[in-house]
Design a protein around this ligand. Structure first.
Ligand code: COA
Length: 708
C-alpha cells in the first residue's frame, strides 16, 4: 500500500509512457495513440503493450507491463472494460504514477462500483486516474499527443480541460483553424479521480499556460472547485462553457431560493464570483482565449473607439456599456490628442470619427497617436469598407501598425465589408492580429481583459469578513430548536420556531404571540397595540396567503374578532385535514423596501446565499443574485448591487438610504446558521424589510426547511 499522491507534473511530462492495448491495426484506438505520440515528437520512451507482441510503427511491443525495465510514469489504457482492472494492477507493480483510461463502459453506463473499486485500488497504490471514458491527454511541454484525436496540434499557451470527449476532439481541430496554440488538452470524462480542480492547480503554475479553458457538463466537488478557481483567476484568466442545467436544483422548489437556483443561476453566479469568464458558445470562448493569451492587462480604464463610420461607432459604444468598458470622456485631452489626425469635420468626442473619407494613412496617424498617448489605455479600432479603404492597403497598414505598436496596450480591430475585407481579416488573424468581423465579439474580448484587470485589483473574497462573526449566532440554540422539530418528524420549522432562530441570531422580527383561542388573540392584540396581523399556524399550510390564512392591517378589537374566525374558516376549507396549532398575532409593520434573503445547500456547490427583490412577486421579477457562501461584506455588497432593484436600497426620489449594512449582516447570519447547523437545508426570509438606516431591518416571514 502506498496512498501518497504522485506529483501531477508526471502526468504532463512523463519520462516513459506505456500504451496498454497498443495495436498494429490502423483502425484501432491503440494504434492512433501511438501514431500521435510519435507524430508529436514525444520526448520520453514509448512502451507499447500487446500480449501478442509484434511491432507498431516499428516499435517492438512488450507482451506485458512486467517487461518495462525503464522509468515509466504514465500508462494509457485502451483495452476493453473487463480487462481494465487487471491492467491497473499490473501498473501498480511497476510504480506507474498516472493512468489515462480511454476505455468506456464505467459510471457513464451505470458501472459505478467497478469504477470506484479501480480508483480506490489505484489511489491505495500511489496512482491517480484520468478518466475513464476519455480521449487522452496532449501536453506541449513533453511534445506528447497521447490522444486519438487529430495528429496535428499546434503548441501554444491555451490549456483546455474538457468533460466532453467528442467536443474536445473537435476543439483540437477548431483551435488549428483559429490559429490557437495549446499548452495542453486534457479529457476528464467521468472524472472518477482527477478533476478540474486538480488540473487547474497545476495549470496555474505551468509557465507555458496563459489561459485555461474548461468545457463542463456537471460539477462533482463544487466546494473545492470554487476555492481553486478563486485563487487561479488572480493569476491567469479562466474561461468556461457549461452545458446542462441543474435538474436537482430545480426539483427542490419548496422555497423560492430553490426554484430560482435551479435555472442555472447558481452556476453563473459562482463563476462570476470566482472571476471566471463564462462563454455561451465555443466560438466566443475561443475568441476570448486567444485574445487573453496574447494581450497583457491595460494600465487603466480609459478606452477609445476609432472609426470611419458613425454607425459602427455607436454599435461599439453600446457594446462597451454592455461589457463594462469605460469610454474615455475627457474632451480636452481627446481634442489635444487627435487634433492633428482627425479632420475638422470629424469628431474627437469618443468615438473618434475620422469619417468615411479616411484612408489607411489617416487611420495610421490616428491609431499611432492613440498608442502613444499615456492617458489612453486601450483601443477599439473599427472600419467600414469604402473606396479609399480597401483590402490590400487595409491589410498591410493594420499589420504594420500592430507589429510596431500592438504590444503597447490592449487593442481590438473590427472591420466590416465585402470579400476583400473578409479575406483581409482572415489573413490578419493568421498573423496574430486580434481582428473580428463582428463588433460585439471584438468589444467582448476587450471586456474580458478589463474584468480580469479589475478582479486582480479587488480585495480577495474573505478579506472584509468581520472578525467577530463567531459570536453573531447562538448555534447551540439553533440546534436545540431544530432537534425538537426533527424529533417531531418534521422537515420544516413552524413560524414561531423560525422566529426563535432569528432571535438566536439577533435578527429583528415583528412582535408576535401565538394564540390558541379568540380571547388570547384579542388580549395579545390589545397589548401589542394596533394595527396587527393574524396568521394561521399549521405545519400543513406553508403558503398562508394562498390558503386565506392571513389577515393584514387590523385596526381594532372588532376587526381582530372577524379576522380570527375568517382565517380559521379559510384554512380549514383550503385543507380540511390540516392540523392547526393556533393563530399568530403580530404587529403590522410599516412599509419598507421588500427584500428576500435565502440560503440553501446546492447539490453541486454546497452552501449558497441569495439576495433579491422580495415580496410575493419574487418569482415573477426574478431580480435575484447568488453567491457561494461568504461572510465577506464586500462580496455580499457586490451581490446586492447585481440586482436591478438595488437603487431602492440607496433611496430613490428623495427617499433616505436604507440600512444596507443591516441587510448584509442578516445575509452573513443566514450563512452562519446554514453552515452551523447541517440539518438545515434552506432558509428564506421574505420579506426582509429594509428601513432607513436608523430604523434597521425586520425579518417578516421566515421559512426554514430541514433535512429528511
Ligand atoms: N493488455 C494489452 N493489450 C491487450 C490486452 C491486455 N490485457 N487485452 C487485449 N489487448 C489488445 C488486443 O489484442 C488488441 O490488439 P490487436 O489489435 O493486436 O488485437 C488491443 O489490445 C485492443 O483490444 P480490442 O479488444 O481490439 O479492443 P478495441 O480496440 O476494439 O477497443 C477500446 C478497446 C478501449 C477502444 C473500447 O473498449 C472502448 O472503450 N471504446 C470507446 C472509447 C471511447 O470512446 N472513449 C471515450 C472517448 S471520449
Amino acid at each position: 500500500m502506498n496512498s501518497q499522491k504522485p506529483d501531477i507534473r508526471f502526468l504532463f511530462k512523463p519520462r516513459g509512457h506505456a500504451v496498454i492495448g497498443a495495436s498494429a491495426a490502423p483502425s484501432k484506438i491503440g494504434n492512433s495513440i501511438i501514431r500521435n505520440m510519435i507524430h508529436s515528437g514525444y520526448e520520453g520512451k514509448i512502451f507499447p503493450i500487446n500480449p501478442k507482441g509484434g511491432k507498431v510503427f516499428d516499435i517492438p511491443m512488450l507482451t506485458s507491463v512486467d517487461e518495462i525495465s525503464e522509468e515509466c510514469d504514465l500508462a494509457t489504457i485502451v483495452v476493453p472494460a473487463p480487462y481494465v482492472f487487471d491492467a491497473v494492477k499490473d501498473c501498480a507493480k511497476k510504480n506507474i504514477k498516472f493512468l489515462s483510461i480511454i476505455t468506456s463502459g464505467f459510471s457513464e453506463v451505470g458501472e459505478n462500483k467497478l469504477e470506484r473499486e479501480i480508483v480506490t485500488y489505484a489511489n491505495n497504490h500511489g496512482m491517480r486516474i484520468l478518466g475513464p471514458n476519455i480521449f487522452g491527454i496532449y501536453s506541449a511541454q513533453a511534445r506528447m499527443n497521447a490522444t486519438f484525436g487529430p495528429p496535428n496540434v499546434t503548441p501554444g499557451n491555451v490549456a483546455i480541460i474538457t468533460q466532453s470527449g467528442a467536443l474536445g476532439i473537435a476543439m483540437i481541430g477548431k483551435t488549428q483553424v483559429e490559429n490557437i496554440g495549446l499548452s495542453s488538452i486534457i479529457s476528464i470524462g467521468n472524472k472518477s479521480d482527477i478533476d478540474e480542480a486538480d488540473l487547474i492547480e497545476y495549470l496555474v503554475e505551468d509557465e507555458q499556460t496563459k489561459v485555461i479553458f474548461m468545457y463542463m457538463e456537471g460539477v462533482k466537488d463544487g466546494v473545492r472547485l470554487i476555492e481553486v478557481l478563486k485563487k487561479a483567476t488572480r493569476i491567469k484568466p479562466v474561461v468556461v462553457i457549461k452545458s446542462g442545467r441543474s435538474k436537482r436544483g430545480a426539483m427542490a422548489a419548496a422555497s423560492h431560493t430553490g426554484s430560482l437556483a435551479g435555472a442555472d443561476g447558481v452556476f453563473a453566479a459562482i463563476m462570476n464570483q470566482c472571476g471566471v469568464h463564462r462563454a455561451i458558445d465555443i466560438q466566443e470562448a475561443l475568441d476570448w482565449c486567444k485574445f487573453l493569451s496574447q494581450n497583457s492587462h491595460p494600465v487603466g480604464e480609459n478606452a477609445i473607439i476609432i472609426t470611419n463610420g458613425g454607425g459602427v461607432g455607436v454599435l461599439a459604444a453600446d457594446a462597451c456599456e454592455a461589457n463594462n468598458i469605460h469610454l474615455f470622456d475627457d474632451l480636452k485631452t481627446l481634442e489635444s490628442a487627435f487634433k492633428e489626425s482627425v479632420p475638422s469635420f470629424g469628431s474627437v468626442k469618443n468615438p473618434i470619427d475620422i469619417t468615411g473619407g479616411a484612408s489607411m494613412i489617416d487611420y495610421e496617424k490616428c491609431i499611432v497617436d492613440a498608442f502613444n498617448h499615456k492617458d489612453i489605455h486601450s483601443i477599439i479600432c473599427l472600419g467600414c469598407e469604402t473606396s479609399v479603404l480597401t483590402g490590400e492597403t487595409f491589410k498591410k497598414t493594420i499589420l504594420d501598425i500592430h507589429r510596431t505598436h500592438g504590444a503597447k496596450k490592449p487593442v481590438v480591430y473590427s472591420f466590416v465589408g465585402g470579400k476583400d475585407i473578409e479575406e483581409g481579416i482572415k489573413f490578419l488573424k493568421s498573423e496574430g492580429v486580434p481582428i473580428y468581423s463582428d463588433i460585439g465579439q471584438a468589444v467582448s474580448c476587450l471586456g474580458k481583459i478589463y474584468t480580469d484587470y479589475r478582479n486582480r485589483k479587488s480585495p480577495m473574497d474573505g478579506s472584509s469578513t468581520p472578525s467577530d462573526i463567531a459570536n453573531w449566532v447562538d448555534i447551540g440554540k439553533v440546534k436545540e430548536i431544530v432537534k425538537t422539530a426533527k424529533a417531531d418528524h418534521r422537515t420544516f420549522l413552524l413560524a414561531h420556531e423560525a422566529q426563535a432562530i432569528m432571535k438566536a441570531a439577533n435578527v429583528s422580527i415583528p412582535k408576535s404571540v401565538l394564540a390558541t383561542n379568540l380571547k388570547d388573540a384579542i388580549s395579545a392584540a390589545n397589548d401589542m397595540g394596533y394595527p396587527v396581523v393574524l396568521k394561521i399556524v399549521s405545519k400543513d399550510i406553508i403558503h398562508k396567503s394562498d390558503a386565506g390564512g392571513l389577515a393584514l392591517d387590523l385596526q381594532n378589537e372588532k376587526e381582530v374578532i372577524d379576522a380570527y374566525e375568517a382565517v380559521l374558516h379559510n384554512s380549514r376549507r383550503y385543507k380540511p385535514d390540516a392540523h392547526i396549532k393556533g393563530v399568530e398575532v403580530a404587529e403590522m409593520l410599516k412599509p419598507g423596501v421588500e427584500t428576500i434573503i435565502g440560503g440553501r445547500y446546492d447539490a453541486s456547490f454546497g452552501p449558497v446565499i441569495m439576495f433579491g427583490q422580495g415580496g410575493i412577486y419574487v418569482e415573477v421579477m426574478k431580480d435575484i443574485a447568488f453567491r457561494s457562501i461568504t461572510y465577506d461584506k464586500h462580496t455580499i455588497a457586490g451581490m446586492l448591487k447585481d440586482c436591478r432593484s438595488y437603487p431602492l436600497l440607496l433611496g430613490v426620489r428623495g427617499e433616505a438610504k436604507k440600512d444596507i449594512d443591516g441587510v448584509i449582516e442578516v445575509i452573513i447570519k443566514v450563512g452562519l446558521i446554514l453552515s452551523g447547523c447541517k440539518d438545515i437545508t434552506d432558509i428564506e426570509i421574505n420579506p426582509l424589510l429594509a428601513y432607513d438606516e436608523e430604523d434597521g431591518v425586520k425579518a417578516v416571514d421566515v421559512r426554514i426547511l430541514l433535512t429528511k
